[in-house]
Design a protein around this ligand. Sequence first.
Ligand code: PLP
Length: 405
Amino acid sequence: MSYSSKHKLITTGLKLPVRLLLGPGPSNLHPRVNQMLTSSMVGYTDQQYYKVMDETMELMRYLFQTDNHFTIPISGAGTAAMETCVANLIEPGDNVVCLVSGFFSDRIYQMAVRYNGNILKVQKPWGTWFNLDEIKNALETHKPKLLTLVFGETSTGVRQSMEGIGELCRQHDCLLMVDTVAALGGVPFFVDEWKVDACYTGGQKCLSGPPGISPLTFSNRATKKIAERKTPVANWYLDANLLGAYWCPEFNFKDGTITSPQPLRKYHHTTPANLVYSLRESLVLLVEEGLDNVWKRHKEAAFDFYKGLEDLKLQPVIREVYDSADEKGGRLFSLTTVTIPEGIDGKNIMKFLLDNYGIEIAGGLGDYAGKVWRVGLMGHNANRGNVLLLLAALKDALTANGYKC
Ligand code: PLP
């Protein structure tokens, strides 16, 4: 019997252009991280793989600045880690407050609604962040069991101030969930010190890794809430109980105690081993450089970029710039939104950069569509050389489009 197909069969290998990815993510892979993607596969019950899992979890605790035992990578994009928090921490009928002032904080809200909580959306205009009085007011009036916010909003370039929020949530017996997808590993963030109960990021931004593997951490307060649920977690793939039985079976969700020796790990799903290796390598790179130096490098690259924008007579959307270590909100160092000048078609500039320089930057989302460019200086890409190249390319693109720099 012969086999025939009416489908067009492709017989050539894939060849992709090399890009400098200076948009909101993904960013370029660090060469050492890239190499891990071709490392040999091992089975998910291999003792060698178990060792890699344990090491990766310990390295993630450094990334998050936490002692949380439940610190695991989610097999999926940042959105999967977001949904892991939402699915596990919201029970039907729970009061929840979602602070929304951008595309991704709204995504959390959209997701939360699907888990049948009693969700209050506290909305502010894009490009703004929340002060402590506004948060206190929401906590007092709605009495939520969970408060959600985005620390680094990639759609607006805003960094939310974390000062006092964790303490306030503890006073109101409320769990605090924070999205750090565009910031962690680039901007200072301290899960334990800031009393954050659920936090996640993605591999593909400040960690210079591939998308599809997303670090997540839950405090013992969060795992206790999960252990005491009256209803099963409505999402099987992302059920923390099942994930924990594979990643950290020694951990007791109810009281945070650790069983020794470690009970057998229970298979849940085939984890993407090469993505886990790559995440481990991203984190080793972070340890080698040291978080302080990594944060400093991101900040310096951002300030070099701000200075260059000024020279080009371009305006960042977010005017307030504060040192991120002082916990004030303002411009996010890892992602800058830039106002597209009057008379310029933002898409033409993006195309010029891509066609002539191989540089990718992005346009705006939602309220900012057609109004801003989004420039990411994340991970391995956050360096002066890339900033100078981008500024020169931008000048060329703007001049070619009739803008007087
Ligand atoms: N949260 C923020 C702040 C993001 O910037 C993104 C992606 O850009 C996400 C969540 C979703 O991550 P992913 O696209 O990996 O699902």
